[in-house]
Ligand binder design. Structure first.
Ligand SMILES: O=c1[nH]cnc2c1ncn2[C@@H]1O[C@H](CO)[C@@H](O)[C@H]1O
Ligand SMILES: [Zn+2]
Length: 360
């Protein structure tokens, strides 16, 4: 690990050019404002709070800055509203691949909840097929590798069905499963049936846990549900006591670190929902120092007004991270991806290692 005093910090333009990997990004949290407005006009959705793309961009960012996960999530009603036809889903997926590729991302797992896209009459399968077709076209045009994660909403009761959908499409663009939505009052064990099914099917899944709610949620996600990764997982910090320059880990924190359970950290999103007070105080600093399997992610590029490169740059500024650290985050992300081992090695050896500045 390098320190600020010995490193010239990478600029945003430089960070954009190195190969990056994104594991936690919501399809319905990353639309272009101009696309939302166009789709709203085409499909007669009249609920948008603004008619101008830049004003709408600012509205999402400001509304998501609420300090509460529940209010943050309310902003999604507008994006989900315009994603109810196969054409709209295909376009949004294609533009997502295009925008991620433009940011220098070489592999992305993008998640969405198929059950939220049935209002216009599509079936779950049709939703997945439309998104996957958009991603496949984006892959062909922009040289990025795109995979979907299918999310079940944790306050609903469709998780088993969505898990089966993920398994049905596992060889057609879907790499895994997730649960999302308001965490308090909706523990992951509500969906045990879905997780047990996925384990029997040798399938991969991540769980949003330890974002708005603390250690019990992380413990359940790992020890009851068998999560491969944690969405956010920031509250694992509650099981760590700082002692001078060092730290003492509780049993759960040790377990997460020993087992190399990936933390899909999303710094800006956490500031908006109140999961962390400031970037300087964000647990990612300590967790990185302690060598947890930390990955850096965007969560919702629209609501957070961010990109993966910008998340890297902000972290670099806050903690003095240099190329070695940014490469480490990227390697952590590839190692944690839900594609097979051969595919991960190809990205590590063929793209990531040659793509970062030679530090020797
Ligand atoms: O940070 C988050 N925590 C929990 N749920 C989220 C977060 N970001 C987005 N979603 C939820 O996931 C759904 C599918 O993509 C979104 O519609 C939103 O409700
Ligand atoms: Zn998320």
């Amino acid at each position: 690990m390098t320190s600020a005093t010995t490193t010239v910090l990478p600029t945003l333009a430089e960070i954009r050019r190195v190969p990056k990997v994104l594991l936690h990004d919501h399809l319905d949290g990353g639309l272009r404002p101009a696309t939302i407005i166009e789709l709203a006009e085409r499909y007669g959705y009249t609920g948008l709070p603004e008619r101008d793309p830049e004003a709408l961009r600012a509205w999402f960012r400001a509304s998501a800055d609420s300090g509460s996960l529940e209010r943050y999530l309310e902003t999604f009603s507008h994006t989900v509203a315009v994603m109810q036809t196969a054409d709209a889903l295909h376009r949004v997926a294609y533009e997502c691949a295009e925008d991620l590729a433009a940011d220098g991302i070489v592999y992305a797992e993008v998640r969405y909840a198929p059950e939220q896209h049935l209002v216009g009459g599509l079936s779950l399968d049709e939703v997945v097929e439309a998104v996957s077709a958009g991603f496949a076209e984006g892959e062909r045009d922009h040289g990025i590798k795109m995979r979907s994660l299918l999310t079940a909403m944790r306050h609903q009761a469709r998780s088993r069905e969505i898990a089966e959908l993920a398994v049905r499409y596992r060889d057609r663009g879907v790499a895994g499963f997730d649960i999302a939505g308001a965490e308090a009052g909706n523990p992951p064990t509500r969906h045990l049936d879905a997780f047990e099914y996925l384990q029997r099917e040798n399938a991969h899944f991540t769980i949003h846990a330890g974002e708005a709610f603390g250690l019990p949620s992380i413990w359940q996600a790992i020890q009851w549900c068998g999560a491969d990764r944690l969405g956010h997982g920031v509250r694992i910090i509650d099981d760590i006591v700082r002692v001078g320059e060092g730290a003492e880990l509780g049993r759960l924190a040790h377990y997460v670190r020993d087992k190399r359970i990936p933390l899909e950290m999303c710094p800006t999103s956490n500031l908006q929902t109140g999961a962390a007070a400031s970037l300087a105080e964000h647990p990612i600093g300590l967790l990185t120092r302690l060598r947890f399997r930390v990955t850096v992610n965007t969560d919702n590029r629209l609501m957070s007004g961010t990109t993966l490169s910008e998340e890297f740059r902000k972290l670099s500024e806050a903690f003095g991270y240099g190329w070695e650290d940014l490469r480490w985050f990227t390697l952590n992300a590839v190692k944690s991806a839900f594609i097979d081992f051969d595919g991960r090695l190809e990205i590590i050896n063929g793209i990531v290692k040659p793509g970062y500045p030679d530090l020797r």
